[in-house]
Write a protein that binds this ligand. Structure first.
Ligand SMILES: Cc1cc2nc3c(=O)[nH]c(=O)nc-3n(C[C@H](O)[C@H](O)[C@H](O)COP(=O)(O)O)c2cc1C
Length: 434
């Protein structure tokens, strides 16, 4: 299994330039600075790398959307890492911050950008301090600042701490927050590549995406594309949590089987337990079942199976948990984090949260599950950003895949609450409908 980003990641001192350079660090930057900027964008396109932050958009293509020439353009590294279950960027920034910084310098050289930001989630104080120290070290070494290594390229890189809201990981919410406003998503188009930070063209990429750039330059885009599958090239950092015996971050080659990850690398659930469901790409991905474990772990296969690779955060749920409990945890998070700017998300997440409380209190009937599912389908595709979808997709999938269990849960809750026998309630509803 090739290790590119996590190769000897635990080596002491890797967060400093001497150790990073001894390991070949900043050689990709030296190589890149000898190349015409367009050739670097071409290498990124050839590598086929897709964004590692959630949407899986091709990085080379996004970089090519940026207008050419001298103007106020920006690069923003998305280090908000707010999707539940995701903790891979944290480890990379903490242990090898220069991998990210080198990737940022190369990318800004390729796109003619002279101002870059790392927008890091507020809770990541330690990682922000490490990045600040690494930026200062890179400036002192001539890798940042004016006329980098005599190339004529200049770059000011600023580490900015967010204030802890999930919506600030959404790229336009992030830009508003960086501008000092409340972090709310913007209507798209225009996309950030055309009109982003301070209304200037802005490239927004995830930590892991940018951190892979030095590897791509060193290997060459075509060779990088030989790793993984045709539509999902390269390696991927994954964060595995929940009911597995060896949770943690792993670097895998895209295209290995999901079973190999969950059972092989992570040891599967505790003895005697089975995988009930798993989120393949963070809590916003539709859940998959035990029978899906042999699916190849890559963008296209997971999409075809009705889910998504997302941020690469696999959350495993074993048979000791109820589907209702899982659904409620997901809903509470998204209802709390909805920014409230658009109606389908603000009302939809809140309504769903209240609806589940009603089920819990024994005030629902199984037919309410149809209403629950129908509301989810009306949220999907109708919000300003995909935060609403991020709740509706997993909820919709849980209702569809665990219908019998949820109906039993509703009946049990009704019994606990001494509600009217179901037949009577249904009769009453039928009467009231006339
Ligand atoms: C509600 C929401 C939260 C998001 N949170 C993150 C995040 O924490 N980190 C991240 O890289 N992308 C996040 N994204 C995706 C970004 O909007 C954007 O697609 C990504 O930063 C682009 O980088 P990439 O192309 O390198 O993946 C989020 C999206 C949404 C809708």
């Amino acid at each position: 299994m090739p290790h590119l980003l996590f190769d000897r990641i635990d080596e002491p001192g890797l967060n400093t330039i001497p150790v990073y350079e001894r390991r070949g660090g900043y050689s990709a930057l030296r190589k890149a600075l000898q190349m015409p900027p367009e050739a670097i964008v071409e290498e990124l396109s050839q590598s086929g790398i897709r964004g590692r932050g959630g949407a899986g958009f091709k990085m080379g293509q996004k970089a090519s959307f940026l207008p050419k020439g001298e103007m106020a353009k920006y690069l923003t590294c998305n280090a908000d890492e707010s999707e539940p279950g995701t903790f891979k960027d944290r480890e990379l920034m903490q242990k090898s911050p220069h991998t990210l910084i080198e990737g940022i310098i190369i990318t800004t050289y390729a796109t003619g950008i002279h101002h870059a930001f790392i927008y890091i989630r507020g809770e990541y104080q330690l990682q922000a301090d490490i990045l600040d120290a690494a930026v200062a070290e890179a400036e002192a070494a001539g890798y940042l600042g004016e006329n980098i290594l005599g190339s004529g390229h200049s770059l000011k890189l600023v580490v900015h701490r967010g204030a802890g809201a999930y919506i600030c990981g959404e790229e336009t919410g992030l830009l508003d927050s960086l501008e000092g406003k409340r972090g709310n998503p913007r209507l798209k188009p225009p996309f950030p590549a055309i009109e982003g930070l301070y209304a200037g063209p802005t490239l927004v990429n995830n930590v892991e995406t940018l951190g892979t750039v030095p590897t791509i330059i060193n290997m060459g885009g075509a060779d990088y594309a030989k790793i993984g599958t045709e539509g999902s090239t390269g390696t991927k950092l994954i964060s595995v949590s929940g009911d597995v015996q060896r949770p943690g971050n792993y670097e895998i080659e895209l295209g290995i089987s999901s079973r190999e990850i969950i059972y092989g690398l992570c040891g599967g659930p505790k003895p005697g337990r089975t995988v009930k469901m798993w989120f393949p790409g963070g809590s916003s991905s539709p859940v998959l079942l035990e029978q899906d474990l042999d699916l190849s772990y890559d963008f296209d296969t997971l999409a075809k199976a009705g889910s998504m690779l997302g941020s690469g955060a696999i959350i495993v749920v074993d048979d000791s948990h109820s589907a209702f409990e899982v659904m409620q945890k997901v809903v509470k998070f998204y209802a709390h984090e909805s920014c409230g700017k658009c109606v389908p998300c603000r009302e939809g997440t809140n309504w769903t949260n209240k609806f589940l409380a009603r089920i819990e209190a024994g005030e629902s009937t199984p037919m309410d599950l149809d209403i629950l599912a129908s509301v989810q389908s009306q949220i999907i595709g109708n919000c300003l950003c995909v935060l609403g979808d991020a709740m509706a997709m997993p909820v919709g999938s849980i209702v569809a895949k665990f219908r019998d269990e949820l109906e039993a849960e509703i009946e049990a809750a009704r019994e606990r609450a001494n509600a009217l026998p179901l037949t009577d309630t249904e009769d009453l509803l039928a009467l009231s409908a006339h």
